[in-house]
Design a protein around this ligand. Structure first.
Ligand code: IPE
Ligand code: IPE
Ligand code: MG
Length: 239
């Protein structure tokens, strides 16, 4: 994902709309999830061509357990199958697989496949694909606060020394740069508990296209929109 530099170093996507994509075709929701999973590698490849180094995909939220057990089971099976079948492609593309979220709660088969692929790709340097799995922004901040509180209690860090950088260092992956751009597909105008800390100053782009149909052309539209934004970070517009 890093052939030529892009103004967007880190792109994060809320992959929404698999269910509606399927409904419109009179298919089961799980067929939409399958089509969505098939789109992941295409977009990863597009990111590589466009010079985007980090791609983070919201694949399963801490709230998605509320769905019917059969749908949750199908999503976990898809995760397992995705890793099983696509690991050679990740290797070929020299992409490092990464994951954020409460991974311990994932079913064994999916978790073990995931951890195995993370390990197998750990030395790859062509880009980083991060899957947000059983991920919630609030859960991440809660987990960070807990670990920080423990370290304060054990005297490893003084309360007076806690800064924004300190808290950041307790996030699931402190090395991940903040995303410059966050895309949500399928038209909903909300964050749904994604990357709450990291997207404090991200540019948002909402696409009406359902995730399985979101392609390189749509991605380019989002990047063009990003290119026309004036990012002020609380300051004043550059002349
Ligand atoms: C996104 O598609 C995938 C997950 C949340 C796992 P949805 O399943 O949310 O699709 P819609 O929003 O019902 O269309
Ligand atoms: C957000 O989509 C989560 C993922 C894409 C994994 P949802 O479909 O779960 O979000 P809501 O329920 O519409 O907010
Ligand atoms: Mg949805």
């Amino acid at each position: 994902m890093s052939e030529k530099p892009s103004a967007v170093q880190h792109l994060a996507i809320i992959m929404d709309g698999n269910g509606r994509w399927a409904q419109r075709r009179d298919l089961e929701r799980t067929a939409g999830h399958k089509a969505g999973a098939d789109n992941v590698l295409r977009i990863m490849q597009a990111c590589r061509e466009l010079g985007i180094k980090y791609l983070t995909l919201y694949a399963f939220s801490t709230e998605n357990w509320k769905r019917p057990a059969a749908e949750v089971g199908a999503l976990m099976k898809l995760l397992h199958d995705f890793i099983f079948h696509k690991l050679p492609d990740l290797q070929k593309e020299n992409v490092r697989l990464n994951a954020i979220g409460r991974l311990d709660a994932l079913p064994d088969a999916a978790r073990l496949a995931l951890l195995g692929a993370i390990k197998a790709t750990r030395n790859n340097t062509g880009g980083v694909l991060t899957l947000a799995l059983n991920y919630g922004g609030r859960a991440e901040l809660t987990d960070a606060a807990k670990k920080l509180a423990q370290d304060v209690k054990q005297g490893k860090i003084a309360v007076e020394d806690v800064t924004e950088d300190t808290l950041k260092s307790y996030l699931y992956d402190p090395e991940l740069p903040d995303p410059e751009l966050v895309i949500r597909t399928s038209g909903e105008l909300r964050i749904s508990n994604f990357l709450l800390w990291q997207m404090a100053y991200s540019e948002l782009y909402i696409s009406d296209v359902m995730w399985p149909d979101f392609d390189k052309k749509e991605l380019q539209k989002a990047l063009d929109s990003f290119g026309s934004r004036n990012r002020r970070f609380g300051g004043i517009a550059a002349k």
